[in-house]
Design a protein around this ligand. Structure first.
Ligand code: ASP
Length: 582
C-alpha cells in the first residue's frame, strides 16, 4: 500500500495512529537535530518531523538529503504539533517519521511551486505538469470538473443524451478556417476538424434523438486574439420540436442551476434585449449590465450648431462616467490618447465636466451654451460630479469605440465585480452581415440559422435587415453561449446558400448530405452551444480561459511543452503524398 491517508486528511482525532503518506516535498526546514518537511499532494499538506532523539540519526541524515519536489513515502505516527498552524486543515498534527523511502528524485524545479510563483507564463507552460501542482491551477481544474459534472447532471435529468460526433469530418462553417488532416488512404484528400458539431447535431435531430448534448472539443484556425484557443470546448446542445422560447427557457434553467450549485446564487428571470437595442444602449452585442453608463444618443441636441465635426457625423453619442469630473486635465488628455489608440480607433473625444454647482465646462464651450450641455447631461443621464465623454462618426465605428471606453472606465472604477453575475439574453440577431473584404454577405451565426418568417421577403430587397431566430447568452460582458432555430426545409436551406453566394453545385457538394436528410422528415429543431472554457473562467471569477485549461496553447497557437506544431518526416510526407514548399 502506497498510502493509508492523503496529505489533507489527518486531524487531532488520528493521534497515535500509524500511517503511511506519500507525496512531493514542498519545503524542508533543517534545525540540525530536527528536520521538518512539508509533504504535498492534491489534497493538501502534512508536516513531517524527523527528530534525532525520537527516531534515528540515519533517518535525519536521509531527510537532510531530500530536495524540493522529491517524491517520497513515509511511515510514522500522528502526533500533536507544539506550534499549531491555523492556516491549514492538518495544522494541528504532524507525523513523527519512522521510515522514509525516496520514490523518485527531482531536479530543482524551474519555478517555485507556490500559490504565487516566480515563473513567467512561458516557463509555466513549458513545465505545465509542475504548474498543475500549484494550488491555483489545480483548483481551477477541479472547479472545471465540478462545472462539467453539474452540466451533465442537469442535462441528463432533463432527458438529454450525450452523443459523441466524429472529429475527422468535412468542413462545418462557423466563420473560421478549418484545421485539416491529410488522408493517407485517400490520396490528395483531407478531413477537416470540426469547428463545431453543428451539422451532426442537426442530423441527430433528423435521427429522432430529440434532446442531444455533448461536451466536445472544437477547432478553429483563427488569428489568435487575446484569450482564444485554437482548440476549445463547447457544451453543444440541440433539441427537436421546439421554438426559440423553449430553448431559451431550457438553457436559462441550466445556467441558473450552475449559478446556484457552483456559486450559491439565485437569479430570477434573465433579462432579454434585442440585438438592435443592445447596440443602441451599449454599442455592443454582449453588454456588461452590472453597471450603467448607458449610451445617450446626442444627434438631436448636438447637431446643427456650428460644430462641424458633429454636424458631419452620422452618430454623436456619449456616456456619463460617474465621478469623472474629479479627473484632472492631464487625466482627461490621457483618456483622449487612450481612445485614439489604434485598438480603439476614435478620432478624438469631446468631454463635458458636470460641476457640483450644476454648471458645465466642456471642451466645446465655443459651440455650446450651458443650456445645450444641460440637454446632453439629460440624455446621457449625467449627475453632478460626472464626466460626459462624447464620440462621433459612423454608427458602426463609433459604437464599438464608445463601448470600449465604457468597459475601460468600468474596469478603472472597479464596477466589474467578479462576485456579481448578470446574465442577459440577446435575441433577434441579423441573419447576414456584410463583409467588406469579400464584398458579400456572410451568415452572422451560421448558414443553418433560420430567418424570421416575417422578414423573409426582405432577403431580396434589403438582406442586411433580415433578422434571424438567433440568440446569445451573455454573462458579465462575455458571450458564453449562442445558437439559433435552424432551417429544416430543403428549399429554404437552398435559398439560404444562394444568398450566401453558393452555386447550387457548390452547395450540394459541401452540404448535400444535410439537404438530403431534410428530405426524410426533418423535425423543426434548434439549439445552442456554450463555450465551456469561458463559462468556467467567469464562474471562477476570472476572465482568462487559459488558466482553466490543463494544457493550453500560447498566443501563437503553440504547445510549448510538447513543441507542437512541428515538422514531420520526409517519409511521412511521402506516405501522405504531400510536398512542402517553404
Ligand atoms: N454551432 C454553433 C456555434 O458553435 C452553436 C449553435 O448554433 O448551436 O457557435
Amino acid at each position: 500500500m502506497y498510502r493509508t491517508h492523503s496529505n489533507g486528511e489527518l486531524r487531532l482525532e488520528n493521534l497515535g495512529e500509524q500511517v503511511i503518506l506519500a507525496g512531493w516535498v514542498q519545503k524542508i526546514r533543517d534545525k540540525g537535530f530536527m528536520v521538518w518537511v512539508d509533504l504535498r499532494d492534491r489534497y493538501g499538506i502534512t508536516q513531517l518531523i524527523f527528530d534525532e532523539d525520537r527516531t534515528s540519526k540515519v533517518l535525519i541524515e536521509q531527510a537532510k538529503a531530500l530536495g524540493r519536489e522529491f517524491v517520497i513515502q513515509v511511515k510514522g505516527e500522528v502526533i500533536e504539533r507544539v506550534s499549531k498552524n491555523k492556516n491549514i486543515p492538518t495544522g494541528e498534527i504532524e507525523i513523527l517519521v519512522k521510515e522514509l523511502k525516496i520514490l523518485n528524485k527531482s531536479e530543482v524545479p524551474p519555478f517555485t511551486i507556490e500559490d504565487k510563483t516566480d515563473g513567467g507564463d512561458e516557463l509555466r507552460m513549458k513545465y505545465r505538469y509542475l504548474d498543475i501542482r500549484r494550488n491555483p491551477v489545480k483548483n481551477n481544474l477541479i472547479f472545471r470538473h465540478k462545472v462539467a459534472m453539474e452540466v451533465r447532471k442537469y442535462l441528463s435529468d432533463e432527458g438529454f443524451i450525450e452523443v459523441e460526433t466524429p472529429v475527422l469530418i468535412k468542413s462545418t462553417p462557423e466563420g473560421a478556417r478549418d484545421f485539416v488532416v491529410p488522408s493517407r488512404m485517400n490520396k490528395g484528400q483531407f478531413y477537416a476538424l470540426p469547428q463545431s458539431p453543428q451539422t451532426f447535431k442537426q442530423l441527430l435531430m433528423v435521427g429522432g434523438m430529440d434532446k442531444y448534448f455533448q461536451i466536445v472539443k472544437c477547432f478553429r484556425d483563427e488569428d489568435l486574439r487575446a484569450d482564444r484557443q485554437p482548440e476549445f470546448t463547447q457544451i453543444d446542445c440541440e433539441m427537436a420540436f421546439v421554438e426559440q422560447e423553449d430553448i431559451l427557457n431550457t438553457f436559462e434553467g441550466l445556467t441558473k442551476h450552475l449559478l446556484k450549485e457552483i456559486k450559491g446564487i439565485d437569479i430570477d428571470k434573465f433579462p432579454r434585449m434585442t440585438y438592435n437595442e443592445a447596440m443602441k444602449r451599449y454599442g455592443n452585442d454582449k453588454p456588461d449590465i452590472r453597471f450603467g453608463m448607458e449610451f445617450g444618443e446626442l444627434n438631436e441636441v448636438a447637431k446643427h450648431k456650428d460644430f462641424g465635426v458633429f454636424n458631419n457625423a452620422e452618430l454623436v453619442v456619449g456616456i456619463a462616467v460617474p465621478g469623472g469630473n474629479s479627473y484632472s486635465r492631464k487625466d482627461i488628455d490621457k483618456l483622449i490618447e487612450w481612445v485614439k489608440r489604434p485598438q480603439v480607433g476614435a478620432l478624438g473625444m469631446v468631454y463635458v465636466r458636470c460641476n457640483e454647482d450644476g454648471s458645465f465646462k466642456s471642451s466645446v464651450d465655443k459651440f455650446y451654451n450651458q443650456n445645450d450641455l444641460a440637454n446632453w447631461a439629460k440624455v446621457t443621464n449625467a449627475k453632478a460630479g460626472d464626466l460626459i465623454c462624447v464620440l462621433s462618426g459612423t454608427a458602426t465605428k463609433v459604437r464599438p469605440q464608445l463601448s470600449a471606453l465604457r468597459m475601460e472606465m468600468a474596469t478603472r472604477l472597479g464596477l466589474r465585480n467578479p462576485k456579481e453575475f448578470a446574465p442577459l439574453w440577446i435575441t433577434d440577431f441579423p441573419l447576414l452581415e456584410w463583409d467588406e473584404e469579400t464584398e458579400r454577405y456572410h451568415a452572422m451565426h451560421h448558414p443553418f440559422t433560420s430567418p424570421k418568417i416575417e422578414d423573409i421577403e426582405l432577403l431580396d430587397t434589403n438582406p442586411g435587415k433580415v433578422r434571424a431566430n438567433a440568440y446569445d447568452l451573455v454573462l458579465n460582458g462575455n458571450e458564453i453561449g449562442g445558437g439559433s432555430i435552424r432551417i429544416h426545409d430543403k428549399k429554404m436551406q437552398a435559398l439560404m446558400f444562394k444568398h450566401l453566394g453558393f452555386t447550387p453545385e457548390k452547395a450540394t457538394e459541401q452540404f448535400g448530405f444535410l439537404m438530403n436528410a431534410f428530405e426524410y422528415g426533418a423535425p423543426p429543431h434548434g439549439g445552442l452551444a456554450f463555450g465551456l472554457d469561458r463559462l468556467v473562467a467567469i464562474l471562477g471569477g476570472q476572465e482568462t480561459i487559459r488558466d482553466f485549461i490543463a494544457f493550453p496553447k500560447n498566443n501563437k497557437g503553440r504547445d510549448v511543452m510538447i513543441d507542437a506544431p512541428s515538422a514531420i518526416d520526409e517519409e511521412q510526407l511521402k506516405e501522405l503524398n504531400l510536398k512542402i514548399n517553404l
